[in-house]
Design a protein around this ligand. Structure first.
Ligand code: PBG
Length: 316
């Protein structure tokens, strides 16, 4: 491939975003046979990173962390963008596509605390810091006595806040800790049936302009077919329920023994209501459409289980 061309990669400026972008940079360099200088990282400060007060749900939900980067792609300033799949809105903005979903990192959450080994042996009434309505509801469903308090900021900031005693414990995605080589901070890894991860957790989204055939071809070479199918199923599930970030929703698909195995759950904010669905689909080379259908059906099942007033109660 041509050595004159540059393939700038747009990323958020947080340490995690940059670590993710560097991983993708290595894949691009290898796939395109270019030098790292031909695929420089470009850093952007997103509106989500600038407004760290309040809860994520209050300041505008999904899309918050991706807008500036998408503009860089559309203007041609960058050829690739790297995002956490978990932070991506349901639909691609006009003119952009998801060109690759590389192999997923560990999707599980970890528990971090200086005073307890697991969430189940926290002292009564302990303050647990999390800005995630999902993690809060999942915790409260089994530990209704604990108090959840907001804990915001990037991974490093949250670890610092915990150390300073702003909360007795917190939860973080293991994928993020692994990418930052901070996994030593984990006190315990949460089992999937204790804390079902967020849809897309641990997966990355490599975005390009729709008409950038060259960039799309490079990205396609490191797409992971299995991860893509899993993410398609999970995101169809999320879209079928609510993509706003304001509803406690977990969803994870895994390819195992020739099947895509999906588990999804919907909770009330206080964790007292919890609705679960499990699905299986034979895994084939062309099961993406069926995966999307399965995810949507799972969402419909939970809508029916939760009842017509569930979302009204949630907001009210
Ligand atoms: N919402 C922020 C965010 N987006 C992606 C990750 C972790 C990495 C991943 O899930 O791929 C995190 C931090 C966290 O939840 O601990």
């Amino acid at each position: 491939m041509s050595k004159e061309k540059t393939f700038a990669i747009a990323s958020r400026r947080s340490p995690l975003a940059l670590a993710q972008a560097r991983q993708i940079q290595a894949m691009i360099v290898k796939a395109a046979g270019i030098s790292p200088e031909a695929a420089p990282l470009q850093e952007y400060v997103s509106s989500g990173d600038r407004n760290l007060q309040g809860s994520l749900a209050d300041i505008g939900g999904k899309g918050l962390f991706t807008k500036e980067i998408e503009e860089a792609l559309l203007s041609g300033a960058a050829r690739f963008a790297v995002h956490s799949m978990k932070d991506m809105p349901a639909e691609s903005p006009p003119g952009l596509v998801t060109a690759a979903i590389p192999a997923r990192e560990d999707p599980r959450d970890v528990f971090i605390s200086y005073i307890a080994q697991t969430p189940w042996d926290l002292p009564e009434g302990a303050k647990v810091g999390t800005a995630s309505v999902r993690r809060a509801a999942q915790l409260l469903s089994r530990r209704p006595d604990v108090e959840t308090v907001p804990l915001r900021g990037n991974v490093g900031t949250r670890l610092d806040k915990l150390e300073r005693g702003e909360a007795a414990a917190t939860f973080l995605a293991l994928a993020g800790l692994n990418r930052l080589e901070l996994e030593g901070h984990a006190t315990a890894i949460m089992a999937i049936d204790e804390m079902l991860p967020a849809v897309g957790q641990g997966a990355l989204c490599v975005q390009t302009r729709e008409d950038d055939v060259e960039a799309r071809e490079i990205a396609a070479s490191f797409n992971c077919a299995q991860t893509s199918v899993c993410v398609i199923m999970e995101r169809a599930f999320l879209t079928g329920l609510d993509g706003s970030c304001r509803t406690p929703i977990g969803g994870l698909a895994i390819v195992q023994d020739g099947e895509v195995r999906f588990r999804g759950e919907l909770l009330s904010l206080d964790g007292r209501e919890r609705y679960v669905t499990n699905r299986r689909l034979p895994y084939t080379d062309d099961c993406a459409m069926a995966a999307a259908r399965t995810g949507a059906e799972a969402a419909l099942e939970l809508r029916e289980k939760a009842g017509p007033d569930f979302f009204k109660r949630l907001m009210g």
